[in-house]
Each structure stands twice: as structure tokens, then as C-alpha cells.
Ligand binder design. Structure first.
Ligand code: CTP
Length: 152
């Protein structure tokens, strides 16, 4: 049973996250996710829209995820690898090279990021709103009235 381990904030779960989780899980038999705690996000100066509890609930509903635990510090990874008996640490390619020092503990793999999507990008797009206000303001087409066929 090879356990794969990955880390992240996973705010506003999107297809890039799902691709990463699916590919990570496919490298082994089980997938554990070290989910950045709210305090750790604050330390990283990363603003998550959703609380740890909500991000955890969403992650646990993903079929590729077997276990979720809090990530509170940068330094905990080696201890997590030992505690869980992780065979592979997986990170997205934005972290390329950053965790090579852990290769004495387990395999370290960087998987390509999905292009053109991130939690920050989604937040920015939501803040910007639709491309033109006119799209939202356009009246909906009128639907024809259907004759009632069944019994009253
Ligand atoms: N990830 C990915 N492809 C994306 C976005 C994220 O493979 N398009 C991966 C990251 O490389 C990381 C994991 O998903 O291994 C969790 O990333 P996270 O930082 O939580 O997601 P982002 O969408 O990158 O968040 P942000 O915009 O806040 O940096």
C-alpha cells in the first residue's frame, strides 16, 4: 500500500486542484492531504475565502482523497512523511525544486499545473464581475405557454 502525500490551501476547489489530486492518487494506493490551516495561511500571507473546516469538508468529498490533516508549519513535512509512512510527496510544478531536500525520506514528484486557473484568479474574476453589465441586464426570452395535458 503506497501512500501519496500532498499539501496545499485548496480554497475554492477548482479543476486544477482536482487534476492534481487525481494524478497524485494514481501514483499510489492512498492519498493524504496536508491542508494549510487558517493560521498557516496567515503566516504565508495567503487569504483563503473558506475556513479550514469548510475546505476540509470539500476535500474529503473528493473521491481521490483518503485523509486530510492540518498543515501548520513549513517544517512538519519530514515528520508527516515518517508518521504516515508516505512513499511519495507530490507537489504542483509551481513548487519545482522546493522540496528536493525531502528526497531522503520518500520520492518527491512535481506534477504539471493545470494552465489558466487558480484560486486567486477565480477570486479576481468574481471581483471583476461579468464582462459587460449589459449581459446581465438583457431580458430573458419569453417561453411559450404549454397547454396542461395531465389531470388537474
Ligand atoms: N495546482 C495545480 N494547478 C492549478 C492550481 C493549483 O496543479 N492550476 C496545484 C498546486 O500546484 C498545488 C495544489 O494544487 O500543488 C494546491 O494549490 P493551491 O495553492 O491551494 O491552489 P492555487 O489555485 O494555486 O491557489 P492560489 O491562487 O491561492 O495560489
Amino acid at each position: 500500500m503506497a501512500l501519496v502525500l500532498t499539501y496545499g490551501t485548496f480554497d475554492l476547489l477548482h479543476v486544477g486542484h482536482v487534476n492534481l489530486l487525481r494524478r497524485a492518487r494514481a501514483l499510489g494506493d492512498r492519498l493524504a492531504v496536508g491542508l494549510s490551516s487558517d493560521a498557516f495561511n496567515a503566516l504565508k500571507r495567503k487569504h483563503a475565502t473558506q475556513s479550514y473546516a469548510d475546505r476540509e469538508a470539500v476535500l474529503r468529498a473528493i473521491r481521490y482523497v483518503d485523509e486530510v490533516f492540518p498543515e501548520d508549519t513549513w517544517e512538519q513535512k519530514a515528520a508527516d512523511i515518517r508518521r504516515l509512512g508516505a512513499a511519495i510527496l507530490v507537489m504542483g510544478s509551481d513548487w519545482e525544486g522546493h522540496f528536493d531536500h525531502l528526497s531522503g525520506h520518500c520520492h518527491v514528484r512535481y506534477l504539471p499545473r493545470t494552465e489558466n486557473i487558480s484560486s486567486s484568479q477565480l477570486k479576481a474574476e468574481i471581483r471583476r464581475g461579468p464582462p459587460t453589465a449589459a449581459v446581465d441586464a438583457a431580458p430573458l426570452p419569453r417561453l411559450p405557454r404549454l397547454a396542461h395535458a395531465g389531470p388537474r
